[in-house]
Design a protein around this ligand. Structure first.
Ligand code: COI
Length: 354
């Protein structure tokens, strides 16, 4: 792999205590092109603008997929990836659905590890810190016919992160707009899925909500996701999250929480949850907690859920399941609790400067 190092790092200009999510990038990026039917050798270079023609296909038809994953630093200076193999697989599942050629595992993994080795100082130690890693592939051929491209670019860029949202979320149940429909692209990380969510989310923000709870496209009857996160509710002592189908993105934080909840002897149900079940549970005082899970946010508490004009307030729980699960997840990610499921992989074994 060709590597061109950045001469002067920007890191000393970054205020790590006031990071805006996704707005600052680490020193290096990985780039790999697909041409003439094959992926050519990957290259790492200083983070920089891309030369691009206006006819670049991804700009017109959105043939573009991405992943979101994180690297963490342990107290003794090791850099750990979390569920990288799963993110790699999901990137290719997304790619396949949009007719993008799959990225070979060695390009993804070697590129990921090399960039994390080079930018290890950007992974800060501490429970609130991580380096958000964004692998993505876009159609980089030039043609404005609505057709499958024959050239693609795979990249990895990294952004230091603390918390995604400040505080807890106040959400509304969306009963007009739809995120995903059966047979569509809701279960993959297609760039356009996110673009399509911006307008309804903007409307919700103007009404004072922080996010939307998406419901099914047919009758707006079943809960699907919370903004860009998987949704969870706790009724009595049962943790419930919608079962995965082709309208729900199967998050790896969701999957990890399902497993951790079982490890911690909590009752977990992956099944359809209707708006009326949620409403009824709240009226009966049985709706104890609600939260979202996602790579960017980890676990984010929901403080209220509004259905039409009815605001369901969720009061703080002494024994919050979400808090216990978040603490366990964060401990595993930072190497402080035994990783029984083999989710973390060490990138560096030597001490790296802070
Ligand atoms: C993630 O949690 O990684 C996501 O994909 C959400 C993204 C829009 C920041």
């Amino acid at each position: 792999m060709k590597i061109t190092l950045k001469q002067n790092s920007n890191i000393q200009n970054v205020d790590f205590n006031n990071l805006k999510f996704g707005a600052i990038f680490s020193d290096h990026m990985l780039i790999c092109k697909y041409k003439n039917g094959r992926w050519v050798e990957a290259e790492i270079m200083p983070y920089q603008p891309l030369p691009m023609y206006p006819g670049t296909q991804a700009l017109h038809y959105g043939q573009s997929v991405f992943e979101g994953m994180k690297a963490f630093k342990t107290d003794d200076g090791k850099v750990l990836t979390f569920r990288a193999e799963d993110n790699f697989k999901r990137l290719n599942t997304s790619a396949k659905r949009l007719c993008i050629p799959e990225i070979p595992k060695e390009i993804f993994m070697e590129g990921l590890h090399e960039i994390l080795r080079l930018d290890a100082v950007w992974v800060k130690a501490g429970d609130n810190f991580s380096l958000y890693v964004r692998p993505f592939i876009f159609a980089s051929g030039q043609c404005i016919k609505a057709t499958i491209s024959d050239e693609y670019t795979f990249m990895i860029i990294c952004s230091p992160a603390t918390t995604y949202y400040q505080g807890e979320m106040h959400v509304k149940i969306e009963q007009e707009y739809t995120r995903a429909a059966k047979g569509g692209t809701g279960s993959i990380k297609a760039a356009g899925n996110y673009a399509a969510s911006f307008y309804p989310t903007k409307l919700a923000r103007e009404q004072g909500f922080s996010q939307i709870i998406w419901t099914d496209a047919k009758n707006h009857e079943f809960l699907e996701e919370a903004g860009t996160m998987n949704i969870w509710i706790r009724i009595d002592d049962a943790l419930i999250t919608p079962n995965l189908d082709d309208t729900i993105l199967g998050g790896y934080t969701r999957d990890s929480i399902v497993q951790l909840a079982k490890d911690m002897d909590m009752k977990v149900e992956e099944r359809a949850v209707s708006v009326s079940e949620l409403h009824q549970a709240h009226q009966q005082g049985r709706l104890k907690e609600a939260f979202g899970t996602g790579t960017a946010v980890s676990i984010l508490f929901i403080g209220s859920i509004t259905l039409g004009t009815n605001k369901m307030i969720l009061s703080k729980q002494e024994d919050s399941f979400a808090k216990r699960l978040k603490d366990r997840l964060v401990a595993i990610q930072h190497g402080k609790y035994e990783d029984k499921h083999g989710w973390t992989t060490e990138v560096l074994s030597s001490l790296t400067p802070q």
